[in-house]
Ligand binder design. Structure first.
Ligand code: GTP
Length: 682
């Protein structure tokens, strides 16, 4: 094979030699050429060193065989700078780079020229060599992702000159797998880079210190999030491209655990490669730790399924995502809901919000067709499902990534290959406490769907969206759960996901009494009232005047911002058109003995004690960073004043369901239900 050389990128004559050693021999011999006098002198010097090394090796006592190769090669007298610019353990003999995986080239860390004194010319691997070697193989680098935990290995000047982007993601190697947020950044950077490629194909060099464990861990995550495959397959792809692959058992276990997969019994972790093992010990046989070591064993591994931890609604779920990705995801949500894309100010949560039931809007139940459900009292999230992750969207319109699986609808041929991509849901995350065992289970109760696989369905009537939700999201998951051995990934374990998923039920108004008297008391999570959902309504973002909530009167609440000022005055604030509004003359009582100043700056949810004329703090809202709008407060006050008690509500409903509009429909639907039950029994 003839190696073509681009003179513009050829390193200086000394570095030239390096290109024709090491990896390049795997890819064909260089074009024959004459040696210059300087090159001959250098070659002879090198041969002398090699001879010296062999002599040293033969003479040394047995335990010295573990001495790092570079120590033996370059006695410290000759290489004074050795301590300052120490080579990472095992680096010298670690193969430079592996085969490409979807435009990604795994590599060991290139070492800048400051290290030249410690590295024999034939083993140098700085960015000059990297760029050249990749170019010789027909690959033009466009991005370097550096996973080391230090900046001491090279300067990025050579990369900048070549127009190669450098992304630094600090990852400790020694005692932990990379953080989940670092993984999210890595995958996002790779996906964005590949997405922006148009005509010219460019490559990504990914390196940690040796290009095996952290590099492999990240690349496996990328593979898992970019195409349907199992962890075993992804680990194998990496191992074949960069033998022996990931060799830390804890990293491998962490990958299986992260993706909720059972590790197959035949999955074996390769042994630590010889080049790494021989450098892990000093002369006394003790491991030499490096700030940025790729060896050792990983502690602090992910465990999403902590056993004995008590769950609360305030637990922060999922992992942070990069800001750029956040912008793009917010944009998708706003477009789906036909809202303006958020500008620079504080983003506003776009989810639909019910209004409190009052004497006025109670009339709506008589004019439009409604269904009822319990008002689950947990934490509100919208959820965006994409192939590269599932995102919980909180009341601050912030996104966090959770690892979940949502297969698309199965066909007659069996389970679908694909998973949902840009499906947007709305719901409440609750914690069920099982009555017998007191075991807790976190569950996402989905009550609406706004988009399915990029297509907005907000204009469709609620009952259609609700049916679609069952057919497209819930059924395929359940089908796969129960037929996991026939699925694409028989090792997947739904039971290891961070929460379960269920569609929320809605019932005819005729069942409201049962709902209040029997169903809610038996629920294994909190409920603070009822929701009345317009059966034919579109999904209305932000305040939806037709979506009604009824709360037990003692639970009607307002979220204030509480502050204690310099004169020790206790102040309550609401929001009005983006600014703070002081609620003059309003007082709050705290049920505990804590110093009220410990609540200062927090959002507190308060109920109204009408006899004492004081707000009573029920809890701190850690999920919210802004108080209620003044308008919301007015509606809550109205509802408190109207005092629609359970009896008032039930009496109203008793009359409403006798209206022809409801009576007919209730009759038809009850018949249909009986028919369905009968055919199920048959
Ligand atoms: N639309 C709807 N909302 C529900 C349902 N079940 C529970 N909710 C919750 O009810 C909340 C609205 O009730 P509010 O009393 O205004 O709100 P909250 O519970 O104090 O929470 P914030 O709105 O965050 O103050 C929604 O944000 C949902 O999280 C349901 O079936 N449908």
């Amino acid at each position: 094979m003839v190696v073509t050389m681009d003179l513009n990128v050829l390193p200086g004559p000394e570095d030239n030699e390096d290109n024709f050693e090491g990896n390049i021999e795997e890819h064909g011999a260089p074009e024959e050429r004459f040696e210059s006098a300087a090159e001959i002198a250098r070659r002879e010097r090198e041969e002398r060193r090699k001879r010296m090394r062999n002599e040293n090796l033969e003479d040394r006592p047995a335990h010295v065989s573990r001495q790092p190769v570079h120590d033996q090669l370059f006695p410290s007298k000759h290489y004074k700078s050795y301590d300052k610019s120490k080579l990472p353990a095992g680096w010298l003999d670690c193969p430079a780079f592996g085969q490409e995986i979807n435009c990604i080239v795994p590599s060991k860390v290139p070492l800048g020229e400051a290290y030249n004194d410690c590295i024999p010319p034939g083993k140098r691997y700085s960015f000059k060599q990297v760029i050249h070697q990749q170019r010789v193989l027909g690959r033009k680098l466009g991005l370097v992702i550096d996973l080391t935990n230090t900046t001491r290995y090279y300067s990025t000047t050579d990369l900048k000159k070549e127009g190669i982007k450098h992304v630094k993601i600090y990852c400790k190697g020694r005692d932990a797998v990379p953080e989940n947020t670092a993984v999210n950044t890595f995958v996002y950077e790779v996906m964005q880079f590949l997405l922006r490629q148009k005509h010219t194909k460019k490559y990504i060099l990914v390196h940690c210190t040796h290009g095996h464990n952290r590099t492999g861990y990240m690349i496996v995550h990328y593979l898992m999030r970019s195409q349907p495959m199992s962890v075993t397959q992804a680990i194998k792809i990496f191992a074949e491209a960069r033998p022996p692959g990931i060799y830390k058992p804890d990293y491998i276990d962490a990958l299986y655990s992260f993706y909720h997969e059972r590790k197959p019994e035949m999955a074996v972790c390769p042994p630590t490669p010889e080049w790494k093992r021989s450098s892990e010990f000093d002369l006394n046989g003790e491991a030499v730790p490096d700030d940025d070591d790729d060896g050792g064993s990983a502690k602090n591994l992910h465990d999403n399924h902590e056993m004995d931890v008590v769950m609360t609604n305030d637990d922060v779920l999922g992992d942070e995502i990069p800001n750029d990705q956040l912008d793009a995801l917010r944009q998708f949500c706003c477009q789906t809901l036909k809202l303006n894309v958020p500008g620079r100010g504080k983003p506003i949560f776009p989810g639909s919000h019910p209004v409190s039931l009052s004497r006025d809007n109670l009339l709506l139940l008589r004019t439009r067709y409604y269904y009822a459900t319990w008002k689950a009292d947990g934490t509100r999230y919208m959820m965006l499902i994409t192939v590269d992750g599932c995102f919980l969207i909180d009341r601050d319109f912030k996104f966090r990534r959770v690892q979940m699986r949502f297969p698309c609808r199965y066909t007659n041929e069996g389970p679908a290959d694909k998973t949902h991509h840009f499906t947007l849901l709305d719901g409440e995350m609750i914690i069920d406490t099982l009555p017998d065992s007191q075991k807790q289970e976190r569950r996402y109760l989905i009550y609406d769907m706004m988009a399915i696989n990029r297509e907005s369905v907000t204009e469709r009537p609620f009952h259609e969206r609700w049916k679609m939700l069952e057919k497209e999201v819930i059924e395929p998951r359940n089908y796969e759960r129960h037929n996991i051995y026939q699925s694409r990934n028989p090792y997947y374990r739904y039971d290891l996901e961070p929460f379960r998923v269920r569609r929320k039920d809605f019932w005819l108004l005729s069942t409201v009494t049962k709902l209040l008297k029997e169903f809610i008391p038996k629920l294994s999570h909190d409920a603070d009232g009822l929701i009345f959902q317009g059966w034919d309504d579109p999904y209305v973002p932000r305040t939806h005047e037709g979506l009604l909530k009824w709360k037990y009167p003692e639970m009607n609440s307002v979220d204030f911002r509480f502050e204690v000022d310099d004169d020790d005055r206790q102040l309550l604030y609401l929001n009005e058109r983006g600014t703070k509004k002081l609620m003059e003359g309003h007082r709050v009582a705290f049920k505990d003995d804590l110093d009220p100043s410990s609540y200062s700056g927090k959002i507190i949810e308060c109920s109204w004690a009408s006899e004492e004329h004081v707000w009573v703090c029920m809890r701190v809202r850690t999920d919210k960073s802004t108080p209620n709008e003044f308008n919301t407060y007015k509606k809550v006050m109205r509802s408190i004043k109207d005092n629609i008690t359970e009896d008032v509500l039930l009496n109203e409903i008793y009359e409403i369901i006798r209206l022809p509009m409801y009576a007919d429909r209730i009759r038809i639907e009850s018949k249909a239900q009986q028919h369905a039950n009968a055919s199920r029994r048959r």
